[in-house]
Write a protein that binds this ligand. Structure first.
Ligand code: SAM
Length: 275
């Protein structure tokens, strides 16, 4: 499992270079991109096998055969650490299950790179990858995280940033601190550190690659009535009823049991009034 740079070529490690030189086969997401990278790094072109999300299930047995014959396979993705929001997990699982030796060659990962300079608490964090593309699923995804007390780390496509910041400001509250980390290790590296509201209302440059970090809920930060009602409604719409709805509301928001029960009851009472 060989990590490669997320922008700056000098971030390749000596061990990654040696491993890439010595591997019999390099399984990579995109053979063209990896060839370019290897050329820049001065690694003579070894055997590359395309291994991406559309063929990884089918190709896994072939790669396992190479391991079975006693030869080494290096797995790389286009950038960063393989399998982190990138292909390779089925192969990793098959290799571990098959008893082959799996060696991590550590190096860049955008999530950790962003966290390390964000200024948000680093002692506890949760990496959640890319939010879903569909709006409703995206809202639910954020709502499920709204009670988290640890720093949240998201990968965000440049075209989705404004929308996700606006939604996050609604769900987590406008004053929650957040950081937009853009183009890490590259020429136009930028960190925007502010509240979710300020970030969502002051347009910045959204081009390039982006990691969004959201500060966790402070333990004494009570969820607002409005937040509870909104999230309770989503939970009921999802089919949760009575005690299960209250329990789910507690889990998602960090509200205590009584608050959650009261929010569900108020919502139910409101529904009856409008019947
Ligand atoms: N495996 C990679 C890793 O270890 O970070 C992540 C691959 S994922 C397909 C690509 C996403 O990672 C981008 O959309 C962006 O959210 C984040 N990313 C990758 N490189 C980045 C960089 N140089 N600056 C900011 N974010 C980056």
């Amino acid at each position: 499992m060989v990590a490669v740079p997320i922008g700056h070529l000098e971030d390749i490690t000596l061990r990654a270079l040696r491993t890439l030189r010595e591997a019999t086969v390099i399984a990579c997401e995109d053979t063209r991109r990896t060839s370019q990278l290897l050329e820049l790094l001065g690694v003579a072109r070894p055997r590359l096998v395309a291994f991406h999300e559309h063929n990884e299930e089918a190709k896994t047995p072939l790669v396992i055969e190479v391991l079975e014959s006693g030869r080494d396979v290096a797995l790389v993705s286009d950038a960063g650490t393989p399998t982190i929001s990138d292909p390779g997990y089925p192969l990793l699982k098959a290799a571990v299950t098959g008893g082959y030796t799996v060696v991590p060659i550590p190096g860049p990962c955008a999530a950790i790179t962003a966290l390390s300079a964000s200024g948000l608490p680093t002692d506890r964090f949760r990496f959640v990858g890319f939010p879903p593309a569909k709006l409703e699923a995206r809202r639910r995804f954020l709502e499920e995280l709204s009670g988290a007390t640890e720093t949240l780390i998201l990968y965000v496509g440049p075209h989705d940033l404004d929308d996700i910041l606006a939604l996050a400001s609604e769900v987590f509250g406008p004053s929650r601190p957040a950081v937009v980390a853009r183009e890490l290790t590259k020429m136009y590296e930028e960190f925007r550190r502010d509240t979710l509201l300020a970030l969502s209302t002051s347009p910045g440059k959204n081009r390039g690659e982006i990691v969004l970090l959201i500060g966790g809920r402070e333990s004494d930060e009570a969820p607002t009535e409005d937040d509870l009602q909104k999230i309770a409604q989503t939970i009921i719409d999802e089919g949760f009823g009575g005690a299960r709805a209250a329990k789910e509301l507690t889990r998602r928001t960090g509200a205590n049991r009584d608050e959650a029960y009261r929010a569900i009851l108020r919502l139910r009472a409101g529904e009856h009034e409008t019947d």
